[in-house]
Structure formats: C-alpha cells, structure tokens
Design a binder for this molecule. Structure first.
Ligand code: NAD
Length: 343
C-alpha cells in the first residue's frame, strides 16, 4: 500500500502544527539534503511550455529514495478562477521502484519555497535584518513572510502588489499573526529602507519589478517569481551589483533571472556555501541575490519531511496504488479472477 496525504489532511495537519513551525522544521531537512548535494541525481526539470503556461516534472534520487513533483505555472490562471501553481508529488523505493508516499503539493510547495528562501536568507541576509519588502502578495506571500520571521526574526513587512485585493488579503491573513504591515504605493516605496526584498510576482514576461537604483547596499534580494524562460522580475543591471546565488546552475541558466546574462556570468550554487566551499555574505554592504527557480531536491526534502512528520498520525491514508498479484508474473490473473470469461 502507498501512504497518501490528500488536501484535507494536508490542510488540517498544517493548521494544527502551524505553518511557521513546519517551515522551521523543513529548513533543517533542506539543509541536510543540500549538504549532501553531490549524492543526488540532478537534471533540469522537464518543462512543457504552451501559451497558457508551463507543466513541469521535477525528478531526483539519492539512490535509496526517488522523488518527483508534477507542477504547473499559469500566471493568467487567477483571472479565470484557477491558481497559478498547483502540484502533487511522489516518493518511491529505489530498490524495487514501488511508490511508497504520495502527497498533494500545492500547499507543500508554498511551504517548501518559503523554507528554501528562509534557509538561504539565514546564510546570506544580514543577521540584523529587520524589515522585508514583499513585491507580489499572491499565494506564496504569507508563507514567505513566515519563513523570514522563522529564519531572521523579521516582523515588519512592507508590501506592494498591482492588485489591491491581494494586499488586503495579505493584511487580513498576517496582521492577526503579529506582523507589522505597511501597504506601499509602489514597488519603489515598498523597498525603501528594507533589509530584505522578496519578489514573488507572476507574469509570463520579462518584467522589471525592481530597478537597479532601488537596490541599497547590504540588501538581500530573494527573487522567487522569475522561474521560466521569458519570465523574469529583476532589471538585469541588479545582477551585476552583487553576488548571485542559485539552486542548480544548469536549470537556473534556462529559467532564472540570469537567463538575461551571458552564459559565463558567475554565480554560486547555494549548497557550496552551506558546505563551506564558497563564501556567502562577506561584508555588511554586499548585495546578495538569491535567484530562485525551485529545484527537485527541495521537493524531495519537503516530501521526506512530510512523510516523517505524519508517521503514526491520522493525517494520511493507505491507498491501493500499485497492482500486487500474489505471483508477480501473473498480473492477468487479477483480471481473470473477476472475469466472467474464465467462469
Ligand atoms: P500568484 O498569481 O498567486 O501571485 C502573484 C501576485 O503578483 C499577484 O497578486 C499579482 O497581482 C502580482 N503581480 C503581478 N505583476 C505584478 C507587478 N508588476 N507588480 C506587483 N505585483 C504584481 O502567484 P504565486 O503562486 O504567489 O507565485 C508567484 C510567482 O512565484 C510565480 O511566478 C510562480 O511561478 C513563482 N514560484 C516560484 C517558486 C520557486 O521555487 N522559486 C515556487 C512557487 C512559485
């Protein structure tokens, strides 16, 4: 049997355990997996692009467990009543290839993207960072705010979105959790005096959410929205102002902000910082840029964490996903047993 966490269990478990606690705990799983980066199979995700958006498969394996996520990205979806991003994912045993764990990953992706941003910011942002600007207050935004509070203690958020209703929704969700929120009148206004800037907008375009003149010394930019060919958020000049950190270089060259730069533009894979092979932040005034697109190992860590966290709880069910004849060569026998032809 395969363990399955559906949407209802995922939501009940997240609400009960608390998203901020989950993000903190998930950061540890992410760090553990990033530290053993070299032991994973890695490949840029397999993407099917259409004028509507993209559908992607994100596989990886540590030779004991295989995982993949199915995820879509459709920036025009909210206007039609659908979400921009939805997902589900699987873990399997490498020794026999059987899927052991299946989970909804729309909620889990928001938690894992936030946990990844938090893990990276812990190393790259100034430890005394106190104010975050959030450009784009859609689906990911609340999870992002919780991650920065969990990672750095940031409680003060300046928000900007072109959709006023999205900003109202952010305030409604986050003010009761103790965040000090300022609604800005523009992206420039939001980033004024911010120590950390998160860009999480969705538009299938080379947008310029942030320009170079808006970036102050010492700031950490957490750029998560540009994650597809032809879909970026930062003025290319910003990338030359600081040091750029990525998840998996071959995938980010295709999908990240650095698709705007030459093929030899220098970047650092973040695992190298965690492993002590490369420097992270080296001075107070350094500008650090996390050019995040989301990588398969993060989904693997998130699934591994969820699988362990719900073990022995009421938040999963066993489903009959894999046909399992008594004689492994007699699959047909399963059908014959119930078939009127055989009787
Ligand atoms: P969403 O559609 O729910 O929210 C996006 C928000 O951006 C909307 O509220 C929209 O009004 C706003 N927006 C669009 N253009 C803007 C602009 N020019 N200025 C200010 N606000 C603007 O999408 P989401 O699920 O929150 O995802 C946001 C982005 O993050 C998407 O592009 C998605 O693909 C990406 N994403 C990345 C990762 C990762 O790992 N890096 C993970 C999940 C999602």
């Amino acid at each position: 049997m395969t363990r399955f966490v559906d949407v209802s269990n995922m939501v009940r478990w997240t609400a009960g355990r608390g998203p901020e606690t989950i993000i903190s705990e998930m950061m540890q799983y992410l760090e553990d997996d990033f530290r053993r980066w070299e032991s994973f199979d890695k490949t840029p995700r397999v993407a099917s692009h259409t004028p509507f958006g993209v559908i992607e498969l994100m596989p990886t394996s540590d030779q004991e467990t295989y995982g993949f996520k199915y995820v879509n990205g459709h920036p025009s979806n909210p206007a039609r009543g659908f979400q921009t991003v939805t997902a589900f994912g699987v873990l399997s045993d490498v020794h026999n290839g059987y899927p052991t764990f299946l989970a909804e990953m729309t909620v889990l992706t928001a938690l894992r993207t936030a946990a990844t941003s938090g893990m990276v910011a812990k190393k790259l942002a100034r430890p005394d960072a106190r104010i975050m600007a959030m450009i784009g207050t859609g689906t990911q935004s609340e999870f992002q705010a919780l991650a920065f509070r969990a990672a750095l203690g940031i409680n003060s958020v300046r928000i900007w979105d072109t959709d006023p209703a999205a900003m109202e929704k952010f305030v409604r969700n986050m003010a009761p959790l103790g965040f000090e929120i300022t609604i800005a009148g523009s992206a420039a206004h939001a980033v004024e005096g911010a120590d950390v800037v998160t860009t999480c907008t969705a538009d299938k375009a080379n947008a310029t959410i942030l320009t170079a003149d808006q970036v102050s010394p010492g700031v950490h930019i957490n750029a998560i929205g540009g994650d597809c060919p032809g879909k970026t958020e930062l003025d290319a000049a910003i990338l030359g102002l600081g040091d750029v950190f990525v998840e998996y270089d071959p995938q980010t060259r295709i999908e990240g902000e650095i698709q705007q730069m030459s093929a030899d533009f220098p970047v650092t894979e973040f695992w190298q910082v965690l492993a002590g092979h490369a420097p992270g932040r080296t001075s107070r005034d350094q500008i650090t840029i996390f050019d995040s697109v989301g990588f398969a190992i993060e989904d693997f860590s998130a699934l591994r964490y969820l699988r362990d966290a719900v073990e022995g709880s009421e938040f999963f069910e066993e489903i009959d996903l894999v046909a399992n004849p008594d004689d492994p060569k007699d699959l047909f026998g399963l059908v014959r047993e119930l078939s009127p032809i055989g009787s």
